[in-house]
Design a binder for this molecule. Sequence first.
Ligand code: NAP
Length: 255
Amino acid sequence: MARDLQGVRAAITGASAGIGAATAAELAARGCDLVLGARRFERLDALRADIHRAHPDAKVEIHPLDVADAAQCEAFARAAGPVGILVNNAGLARGTDKVVDGHEHEWREMIETNVMGLLRITRLFLPGMIERRGGTVVNVGSVAGLEPYPGGAVYCATKASVRSITKALRHELLGTGVRVCNVEPGAVQTEFSEVRFRGDAARAEKVYQGFQPLLPEDVAEAIGFLVSRPAHVDVEELVLYPTAQASTMAFHKTA
Ligand code: NAP
């Protein structure tokens, strides 16, 4: 039976767009109090207004957060205080170059955000959860972590790391009552590809043409499902594909 999330405090990183923003809306609808972080504060402000229109009583705190900046992570965790749910969603891919043509600054950006950022934030929130003997950490991984593809070596490696970190944490947290989940979506229509192509909207648009990709709300709903499981259930890994995608490289496209 689903757990009542009314009043449960949930921190979400990368909440200014896409899956993070949709997850904020989903958890607000389920009664959670929200603590949202991202670098684009004005986007968080607009999201907070949207959530308040739909749920006038929702409690929504917003904070500037760059997960690649240790001091900002510490400030975010301090401001958030004790939370029952942490969604490690902040992440990005940069470029589609093969390793032979790769750029070190892009590799660093992905590793700093997707791996180091997730580790930093998790380390800050875990002690409180362990002390309170409960809490749910949701890591947003990717099918890229299951199946590497050409032009995505480093992004795929970061998401494989998220998978390994999730599994190691499950072992480390055994007996603490804290659960850890890894949600691994296939193609989701968000700003992800525009960020990957550095603002080239036309190129990004093509990624999602000819098939129905997942919507950020589909992933948010899945996250809502797994954080609302009874305390004895840990959905360790949840792989979510569009029906028209069977692997990172296999799509059924009609155009
Ligand atoms: P998106 O629309 O581009 O959203 C990415 C979010 O991450 C934004 O809110 C962005 O906020 C935030 N972010 C990026 N770097 C950050 C940083 N250094 N510090 C704090 N926040 C940061 O893309 P999305 O698809 O929703 O991506 C969300 C997660 O899903 C990522 O981890 C991504 O790898 C994963 N994912 C996406 C797909 C897909 O096909 N879209 C598939 C599988 C997994 P600011 O720019 O405002 O900081």
